[in-house]
Design a protein around this ligand. Structure first.
Ligand SMILES: [Zn+2]
Length: 467
């Protein structure tokens, strides 16, 4: 493997700078493992900055000329690479994924990305490194307060859970049968693109009771539910989170649902008073438009037309004729249905088997236990968890995940099967331009493929020509 080593520079007593003996071990590790060292980035310790903020590491992690020279970034400890807190490590992982790099931490013999037991070791190491990064006194202070309130919950249970009392007197929450049945459905619907309003309507129709025992569900309660960490097993308590309840959905499903809601919020208010335009991200394609296909169009004149908006000093648009909204919308639907014959691949959430769900919980639980444990107990705690994790893996655990499924539909058929919101989102991912040509015909391009009004024959001709 071709590697780049990131190491920490020290200032020695005699005023010289260099690598101390610990840091030199990384270089020895690389050589004895037969790796080719393509570069060594030496920086003074700056535990609070990200990898691209470190003066000598920077070029290796941001510039293409350097990025293409190696496969793995190697360091003694994670803080040699990035801030050793959750956000810093998340950004490091994202960087590694985006750039197809492996990260190797030699002191702990862990790497990212890695699967199974190796992945468990990486998670555990990150928690330990985080621990070191925190101020020691603050850490012990927090442990004390954790012991004090002994894991009892405060406040009301969210919808789908109820408060139960354990034999030792502590209060916990546990899913209700309704929660078990509906919560995974609700998150699944939102994740696949249904609006919070639509989900509220479906729950109302299915006569599911709200926490107040009412039959009518509101959009806002669905949206609040999606964002609540309890549903994936994390319950907030006194400014920190603790794993203390049974998750009803996986963290991955919740993240996806939250992302969908956020994406919708960016599309604009979901008020139903005026029907939304189909083409939320339409651009002006008029040949005389100074925007050269890059200026947005918006709804004008009572919502019946799309008009070029312009940009910068030309906020009044390009002055070319407006495009009739209904004609453009229909043309886009017709045209994409006509020649968009690629098979439509949907993403399906696989909830995992029982062992997989227990494994995921166990991993989260272990990370939390390791985070809270005094340093001298970490190994014992981990060994106990490792045995249970290995047993679940041997059982053939399947973790919750998303997978691609063939639907039998073409992309065009899929588009026509969606409701307006779904269609808007789908078309929002395409590059669509519209304009009126010199003969007064409405023209559109979808990802560069042209169609215009003037009868089915003309569309057919254009379509053939574009095949
Ligand atoms: Zn224009």
């Amino acid at each position: 493997m071709k590697v780049v080593v990131a190491a920490r520079l020290s200032q020695f007593g005699d005023g010289k700078t260099g690598l101390d003996s610990q840091e030199r071990e990384v270089l020895i590790w690389a050589r004895t493992h037969g790796h080719e060292i393509m570069g060594v980035a030496l920086d003074f310790k700056s535990g609070k900055s990200d990898l691209w903020e470190r003066p000598n590491l920077r070029k290796w992690v941001t510039e293409q000329d350097f990025l293409c020279q190696y496969d793995a970034l190697v360091a003694l400890k994670v803080d040699r690479l990035t801030r050793a807190d959750d956000e810093g490590v998340d950004r490091l992982k994202k960087w590694a994924r985006d750039n197809h790099k492996t990260i190797v931490i030699t002191s702990a013999d862990v790497r990212f990305p890695s699967e199974g037991m190796e992945g468990v070791r990486w998670d555990m190491y990150i928690r330990m490194a985080h621990q070191e990064w925190l101020d020691i006194r603050e850490r012990y202070g927090r442990m004390q307060s954790v012991k004090h309130d002994a894991g009892s919950i405060v406040g009301r249970a969210p919808w789908g859970y109820e408060i139960i009392r354990l034999p030792d007197g502590r209060k916990m929450i546990e899913p209700t049968p309704d929660g078990r049945e509906w919560v995974p459905k609700i998150f699944g619907w939102v994740a696949e693109g249904k609006t919070a309003a639509k989900v509220a309507e479906m729950l109302t129709d299915a006569k599911v009771r709200t926490s107040q025992g009412l039959t009518r569900w509101h959009e806002a309660s669905v949206a609040t539910m999606i964002k609540r960490p309890t549903y994936s097993g994390m319950r907030a308590r006194k400014g920190r989170t603790a794993l203390e309840c049974e998750p009803l959905v996986s963290r991955a499903l919740q993240d996806k649902a939250i992302a969908k809601l956020a994406a919708r919020a960016r599309l604009g208010p979901s008020g139903r008073t005026q029907p939304k335009a189909l083409l939320a991200k339409l651009k002006c394609g008029h040949p005389d438009c100074p925007g050269e296909g890059d200026w947005p169009m918006y709804r004008a004149a009572g919502g019946k037309w799309y008009r070029c908006t312009g940009k910068g000093p030309q906020r009044k648009g390009c002055g070319n004729p407006m495009v009739p909204l209904e004609e453009a919308d229909n043309l886009v639907l017709y045209a994409s249905g006509y020649w968009d014959s690629k098979p439509y691949i949907a993403q399906r959430f696989v909830s995992g088997n029982d062992a997989g769900i227990r494994l995921e919980r166990l991993r989260a639980e272990m990370a939390e236990a390791v985070r809270l444990a005094p340093a001298d107990q970490i190994m014992d705690i981990t060994t106990g968890y490792m045995e249970r994790i290995a047993a679940l893996e041997a059982e053939g655990s399947i973790l919750p995940h998303w997978e691609d499924v063939e639907t039998g539909e073409t992309e065009g058929e899929h588009l026509r099967s969606l409701d307006l919101d779904g269609q808007r989102e789908y078309l929002g991912r395409k590059d669509i331009k519209a304009w009126k040509d010199a003969e007064g015909r409405t023209c559109i391009t979808i990802d560069g493929v042209l169609a215009r009004t003037g009868g089915p024959t003309l569309i057919a001709e254009v379509a053939d020509q574009n095949r």
